[in-house]
Design a protein around this ligand. Structure first.
Ligand code: C5P
Length: 239
């Protein structure tokens, strides 16, 4: 597989064309941003953790019957993915109140929701990714109604798959964000699943093991990313 022209550079990844037109080479970066790009920094070896941890999660999700864009690892911080036409939405699933939901509802972080919550956000940096519902999605033509519904159903199923793994690693999955895309009329999970895109709390100590350590200047950021990766690898190696 050959890495060709840079197609797109995002905040955390670079995407390259390859010699196969239906596949992209994704290179994960150590760059970290928060608050819609206002805060910038680097997290040492984040690219390696996010690439390899995402690969582990994608493989488990695929095993459970949800198609993902992940094809195979190409290196420590590189993976081969299927080229998707991205749906311009972010799907957030929450089990425990934190972050923007805590602010929006005035509910303390840590409040345990009686069932998972699914939210849709329209991807637009200039607007700060506003929350929308499926009728906005269909009416604006961002995706078909059935796609908007399917990605929420898949989000909930992925929540169960991830929680199942993480609980064995002593980690509570607080919330996470997913992105989806379409290839040849078929829906696939895209993007990444990592400490950049999820909130993980240690079940016993309630210590944060995710990007909130960077967002909130809590220190020990690299160590938290490495710790999640180490624990998940260990759980998946033992099954
Ligand atoms: O900020 P908020 O509380 O809405 O984030 C919910 C979850 O989605 C968090 O795990 C956060 O890391 C993730 N997220 C993300 N990218 C965004 C917005 C949220 O990965 N643009």
């Amino acid at each position: 597989m050959e890495k060709l022209a840079l197609k797109y550079e995002g905040k955390a990844k670079k995407v390259y064309e390859t010699d196969e037109k239906d596949y992209f080479w994704v290179a994960y970066k150590d760059d970290a941003t928060a608050f819609n790009g206002e805060k910038k920094g680097q997290i040492a070896d984040k690219g390696e953790v996010n690439n390899q941890l995402s690969a582990l999660f994608f493989a488990e999700i695929e095993k459970a019957g949800i198609p993902t864009h992940f094809v195979r690892l190409l290196g420590q911080r590189d993976m081969l993915v299927r080229r998707l036409e991205m749906v311009p939405l972010e799907v957030v699933v929450r089990n425990i109140v934190a972050g923007s939901l805590s602010k929006r509802l005035g509910v303390e972080e840590g409040f345990v929701l009686s069932q998972p919550v699914v939210e849709l956000y329209y991807k637009d940096d200039a607007l700060g990714d506003p929350m929308v519902n499926e009728s906005h999605v269909a009416a604006m033509g961002w995706a078909k109604l059935e796609v908007a519904r399917e990605i929420q159903t898949w989000g909930l199923k992925i929540n169960e798959i991830l929680r199942n793994i993480l609980v064995k690693a002593g980690i509570d999955l607080i919330d996470f964000k997913l992105e989806f895309g379409i290839s040849n009329g078929q829906l696939f999970l895209g993007d990444e699943i990592s400490p950049d895109t999820c909130r993980y709390w240690d079940i016993k100590t309630r210590e944060k093991l995710d990007k909130d350590r960077f967002r909130r200047d809590l220190g020990q950021v690299e160590e938290a990313y490495q710790e999640v990766f180490r624990r998940v690898k260990e759980v998946l190696a033992s099954v």
